[in-house]
Write a protein that binds this ligand. Sequence first.
Ligand SMILES: [Zn+2]
Length: 102
Amino acid sequence: MSRAEKIAKMAKTTAEQAKQKSIIAKKRTKAKKGVLFEAHKHCVECSIPISLNNESLICDNENCRINQERKEKSRKRLTILLYLGVGIFIVPILIQIIGALT
Ligand SMILES: [Zn+2]
């Protein structure tokens, strides 16, 4: 890839990022206007106000959904690891207790 091409690509990426940001900013303003005086909660990812009627903790944004799913998965993995660790710790003790009883 030539230098000029690289620069052109970089410029394009930045422009797209700026566009994305402006979309998010617009969404925020819109959402704020919509539910300003109603009871509401905030998206756990981007913290824009969302309706209380919305069952999920996040807004409709695709990025928020993906991030939330990723977090959920890592949280589940952590929980499993925790139980596994406790299990590994407790099982030998249980075996010893059972052994002492019989
Ligand atoms: Zn969000």
